[in-house]
Design a protein around this ligand. Structure first.
Ligand SMILES: Nc1ncnc2c1ncn2[C@@H]1O[C@H](COP(=O)(O)OP(=O)(O)OP(=O)(O)O)[C@@H](O)[C@H]1O
Length: 495
């Protein structure tokens, strides 16, 4: 499971499904998406492959609902399925359980019940042995210039490859600013059979409304004052290739309608033109805003939203894939210093810890800018904590407390330690190996190492199931979780 679990809620847009989504959003750190219970659901799951699917079968006849769940179980065995059924139809439970569904939920939504079901589902996911068909982290991954080796990114690279093969479908790329949405769009284009033609990016937020229409659709001579000749629009410029519409949520409704026509009819009319022009342009769109919210406020056309989100791709925020930070830094340092023909610099353990614990609201762009900043202003070989800009200094205490622990899993070279387990092996001494000279025995450090070893061993014995491991160790689960966090051991279980 990725560090942030993904949940799809397939349900009609009702107050109940909204309550459900809001409740899960409040209680769990999970990526939630909503979709309709339609014939396309299976295809949607193929590309988006969530950890958990909550599917509302209450609108269906009982046999149809049960059949649907059976089909989903068969086609997507790795996904945990939680059917939503009306409380008045409890007789369905027996049949659902015979399909080996994990749990079920009743409508109207009962928040406490939902919390229990989702908590259990997440615990179950964590306790599963890693699925051999799901991508495993590799040492170093550079996919069309995109760096990332956590599971979420590997899954994203895999999805990009599959999406690129299908040459025509619209793709909605979602992610916070600076997460790499344009990079993803470029990768889809580069990987597709359209790569020989133009990739045309348009930032809908950066172009004033009244200019955007003629930028996209072009115009004919005399269409308005100043239109002294015909002008080809970007949609046509991308004919045979790919049009990337960044910040699609900022497009005004009249243009949304025109765009929908391009997607549906594969033709358009330039401003002032009377004859439709056929065009074969693949549209990739990106947004950092909550399009569902815009749809519900009437600011974004629902039909366009469904058309665009045939294939949704979600890019994680940098704070949700902190394990990739050393890799990204390494790549940026080498890229930037290579261009400037200077020796690469490294980050001390404390500096790297600060970077790994920073909020990164600007995501990868902000990290890249930091490395750039350091390469200009810093002349030394190793960046220390105090060399970092002021905005990192509030992390001083946190870094100090992590460093006070004898084993952290970061090497001071700016790279991840070879493996946290190797670190542990080194940190854990047997009685014979202890330097029994006066002043050499560090009692607290030795106890700490032994404690770490016990935790790692218990987690191994229980396949990473923290609840089971806590039971084995006779510890409260919360105590174990706290120790794992404090010792930065989560990375051992790919979290
Ligand atoms: N995975 C990555 N690996 C390497 N560099 C990345 C990665 N993701 C983003 N970047 C870098 O971060 C910067 C921002 O990327 P990009 O413009 O694609 O983000 P975006 O999500 O489209 O941003 P915005 O929403 O602000 O337009 C670029 O310089 C890009 O090179």
């Amino acid at each position: 499971m990725a560090s942030t679990p993904s949940i799809i809620i397939a349900a009609p847009q009702t107050p109940d499904s909204q309550v459900l989504a809001n409740h899960i959003r409040d209680k769990f750190n999970a990526a939630i998406r909503m979709t309709a219970v339609s014939a396309e659901l299976r295809g949607y799951l193929d590309v988006d492959c969530p950890d958990i699917l909550i599917v509302d079968i209450s609108a269906k006849l009982p046999e149809q609902g049960i059949e649907m769940v059976r089909e989903l179980r068969r086609s997507h065995p790795a996904i945990i399925i939680l059917p939503l059924i009306p409380a008045s139809r409890r007789e369905l439970v027996k049949q659902l359980l015979s399909l080996d569904v994990f749990l079920y939920l009743y409508t109207p939504i009962e928040p406490a019940e939902t919390t229990i079901a989702i908590t259990r589902a997440l615990e179950h996911l964590k306790s599963q042995p890693k699925n051999s068909t799901s991508p495993q982290p590799r040492e170093d991954v550079n996919f069309h210039g995109m760096i990332g080796s956590c599971r979420t990114m590997l899954r994203l690279f895999d999805l990009i490859t599959r999406v690129a093969e299908d040459d025509d479908s619209t793709v909605l790329i979602r992610g916070e600013s600076g997460t790499g949405k344009e990079m993803v769009a470029k990768a889809i284009h580069a990987q597709s059979s359209r790569s020989g033609k133009n990739f045309v990016p348009v930032n809908c937020a950066a172009i004033p409304d009244d200019l955007l229409e003629s930028e996209l659709f072009g115009y004919t001579k005399g269409a308005f004052t100043g239109a002294s000749s015909n002008k080809i629009g970007r949609i046509q410029y991308a004919d045979g290739g790919t049009l990337f519409l960044d910040e699609i949520g900022d497009m005004k409704p009249t243009l949304q309608a025109k765009l929908l026509r391009v997607l549906q009819e594969k033709e358009f009319e330039p401003v002032g033109g009377l004859k439709p022009i056929p065009v074969d342009t693949r549209v990739l769109a990106a947004t950092h805003c909550d399009l569902e919210q815009l749809v519900s406020e009437g600011r974004f056309r629902e039909d366009l939203y469904y058309r665009l989100s045939v294939v949704p791709l979600n890019i994680p925020a940098l704070k949700d894939r902190r394990e990739d930070i050393p890799l990204l830094i390494d790549s940026f340092v080498h890229g930037i210093t290579g261009k400037r023909n200077r020796e690469p610099f490294t980050f001390s353990e404390a500096a790297l810890l600060a970077l790994m614990n920073f909020e990164w609201r600007g995501n990868v762009r902000e990290l890249e800018n930091l490395v750039q900043h350091m390469s200009i202003l810093f002349g030394g070989r190793q960046v220390e904590f105090d060399d970092l800009p002021d905005k990192f200094h509030h992390l001083r205490e946190l870094v100090a407390s992590i460093m006070a622990e004898p084993s952290t899993d970061l090497a001071p070279t700016g790279k991840p330690a070879e493996s946290s387990e190797e670190n542990l092996a080194q940190a854990t001494n047997s009685i014979e190996n202890i330097p029994w000279h006066e002043g050499q025995v560090d009692f607290r450090e030795l106890i700490n190492s032994f404690e770490t070893e016990l935790i790692v061993h218990a987690m191994k014995l229980t396949d990473g199931n923290k609840k089971e491991a806590a039971r084995l160790l006779n510890l409260k689960r919360t105590t174990l979780l706290e120790k794992i966090k404090k010792k930065s051991l989560n990375s051992l279980w790919g979290e």
